[in-house]
Design a protein. Structure first.
Length: 508
């Protein structure tokens, strides 16, 4: 079959698999209260539905490179799609907390390889001059999936029930599997039979402990709890052993091929994708909670006003994919970070009196900035990486992005809680009978602290104002971090000599 027909079909199958996996990182969030009632679980227990997926995916992501070397990319891709689809069906059929947590673990394990493999295959099937556009297509799946997840999840939950949040993956998975089976030629695999069990075990223990610490730290009050200390100590010790083991083991025998770290573009790309996850992904996590918890937006409305940011992301990715190679990628990255900073500056002006357009337009602008950052960064990171190292390179790239976003989300949530307490205390000191507002008889009557109902109303108003101040503080913090990243662009060097390969190698 000729190349023009195959490339679109392979791309379509890959994007279906990518969107299916990235949607599931957020689509289940809005359905948690409904799951909690059906499965008779407490709020702390139902959170394991999210934690299990995150931890399993974090542990399984680094092993993608070895699995591809051993069994071949096509086989691993098809196995991952099959496992993820079956696990999704099991999630939807679950009747107990234990069942759904086990199924989510399977989802995380099988889904971990989908995003990095999608990236490497798209690079393989496209010639060098079209890889920028290929990374734009891949980036749309990676970035738009989590944005649309809450909207789609809210609609499915409200219109049907929470089980369809998982069942929707079944037809998508079947179509993606057929595309993989029909259009991609199998590669031989079997290049590295030896598996570094010690390296895998120590890295898995470090990543699992870190993800648990980041995901459960806030609800455990961080290091006030014994659990947080245990997770931190285990993560540190395991990471130390992994680094020492990797440094003293030959590259071809090590779980992590440290020759990757000798590629300047790749290492710089890892640094920036960590920062992108830390800054840009964390900011996106703040808006839905602010709208639902503070402004009392319904889930469906929250999804509708946050989804347009995906339009900005897609538009920017299409533009960035076409100008790669024509414009210095550092200028594109600079524009992306500055546009994102402008959107954050707009968010620092938020108040309790917001219109929907006040939410939509900064989101679209930030989405546009994120798209301008994501595509050239992905293209530059892998431009000089040899084809045989791409599978492991993309898996580590995805892992670093996920760790950055986990740290960023934990950081802003912690700051939000603590700054809310500080702002509440500060505002309470100023709410006294001598305040000028109390000179108004209507205000004095409505907030009479001697009447229990009025006192509760006053406390609620103070809580709202304190929470909004805390959100604004978070936006200022992320704005400063975004601007601090800009000087680091000087570390990036445009690639000189691209590594090429025959795109027909993975096509029928």
């Amino acid at each position: 079959m000729n190349r023009p027909l195959n490339r679109p079909m392979i791309t379509l199958s890959i994007m279906l698999a990518t969107i299916m996996q990235t949607l599931d990182s957020t689509i289940a969030n809005v359905a948690l209260p409904h799951m909690q009632g059906t499965l008779s679980a407490s709020q702390d227990q139902i959170a394991w539905v999210l934690t299990a997926y995150i931890v399993a995916a974090g542990i399984a992501t680094p092993v993608t490179g070895w699995l591809c070397d051993r069994f071949g990319q096509k086989n691993i891709f098809m196995a991952s799609i099959t496992g993820f689809t079956v696990a999704s069906a099991l999630c939807g059929m679950s009747n107990s907390l234990a069942q759904i947590v086990a199924a989510r673990l399977l989802q995380g394990v099988f889904g971990a390889a989908l995003v990095p493999l999608a990236q490497v295959v798209l690079m393989q099937i496209n010639p060098r001059e079209k890889q920028g556009q290929a990374m734009a297509v891949w980036g749309m799946g990676v970035m738009v999936g989590p944005i649309l997840g809450p909207t789609l999840g809210g609609w499915l939950t409200d219109s049907y029930n929470w089980r369809w949040v998982f069942f929707i993956n079944v037809p998508i998975g079947i179509i993606a599997f057929y595309g993989m089976w029909r259009y991609i030629r199998p590669d031989p695999g079997g290049r590295h039979a030896r598996f570094d069990f010690f390296g895998f075990a120590t890295l898995s223990l470090a990543l699992g402990s870190l993800q648990l610490l980041l995901d459960r730290g806030q609800q455990n009050d961080w290091f006030s709890s014994t659990e947080a200390w245990i997770e931190a100590i285990v993560a540190f010790i395991a990471a130390t052993y992994f680094v020492a083991h990797t440094a003293t083991t030959p590259a071809k025998l090590s779980f992590l091929d440290y020759r990757l770290l000798k590629n300047q573009n790749y290492v710089t790309g890892l640094l920036f994708i960590f920062i992108v996850g830390l800054v840009l992904y964390a900011t996106r996590a703040l808006i839905p909670t602010m709208l639902e918890n503070l402004l009392d937006y319904p889930v469906a409305t929250t999804g509708l006003v946050t989804a347009p940011s995906g339009i900005g992301t897609m538009l920017a990715m299409l533009i960035a994919g076409r100008i790669i190679g024509k414009v210095d990628l550092r200028l594109t990255l600079l524009a992306g970070f500055l546009i994102s900073a402008f959107a954050l500056w707009q968010m620092t002006g938020y108040s309790l009196d917001l219109s929907q357009s006040d939410i939509i337009w900064p989101g679209v602008i930030q989405g546009f900035g994120t798209g301008l950052v994501f595509v050239p960064l992905s293209a530059a990171t892998f431009a000089t990486l040899s084809p045989e190292m791409r599978a492991q390179g993309t898996s580590i790239y995805s892992l670093v992005r996920n760790i950055g976003s986990s740290i960023g989300i934990s950081l802003v949530q912690t700051l939000l809680v603590r700054n809310t307490v500080i702002a509440h205390s500060s505002l309470s000191e100023r709410v006294t009978a001598g305040s000028s507002a109390w000179h108004n008889p209507a205000v004095a009557t409505a907030f009479d602290v001697h009447v229990p109902a009025a006192a509760a109303l006053l406390d609620g108003a103070v809580n709202q104002q304190a929470a909004m101040i805390a959100y604004i503080d978070d936006f200022w913090f992320m704005l400063f971090l975004t601007l601090l990243v800009v000087p680091l662009l000087l570390l990036i060097r445009p690639p000189r000599g691209p590594v090429t390969e025959d795109p027909q190698a993975v096509m029928d």
